[in-house]
Write a protein that binds this ligand. Sequence first.
Ligand code: HEC
Length: 172
Amino acid sequence: MNKINKPALLLALSLNLAGAIQPVLAQDASTHAAAIADAMPAGYRDWKLVSVAHEEGNLNDIRAILGNDIAIEAYRSGKLPFPDGAIIARIAWQYVPSEENNKAFGREQSFIAGQPTNVQFMIKNSKAYASTGGWGYVQFNGGKPAHMDAHACYACHVPVEQRDFVFTRYSP
Ligand code: HEC
């Protein structure tokens, strides 16, 4: 991310002399969002586990929340806000009963991960994403970008502003 930002930042700084820093930073943010929008962060499936959750209703999924090394370190040290470079991933699957497991248990009690649903990321870059609390919000369906307006994602995360807009707590 630093690589992408450096030239834009230098441009912003030089243009700042002309008093034009605000529009340039705004442009930098959208360029950067476009860059990460194309592909999911590399290696995210190998990241460490923060916690799990299960949503009922329309979603009816089971989900895992993962963090890259920067995010995990911040979680474990209890340091807020998360530093730039932290990325939190939310992966999810349909929540389905397992006949196989139920047979082994001799009763209906087992639910497992079925088909994957979508993957969401929160990407910390306090400058690029200043308008959404310092986090970029992106979503992928079947590995393809399926972003919604990041401000809509952000709006729903505002209630946990005191935890840097992150709902999920670290499960030891
Ligand atoms: C209707 C409210 C709502 C909206 C809209 C929403 N989220 Fe969340 N998000 C939550 C809640 C609640 C959790 C924690 C529980 C869970 O994971 O089910 C969460 C968890 C997450 C997490 C795991 C980190 C954390 O905060 O716990 C990520 C990553 C995430 N959301 C990304 C997104 C992205 C990207 C979007 C937009 C595409 C989005 N969210 C839209 C409510 C929302």
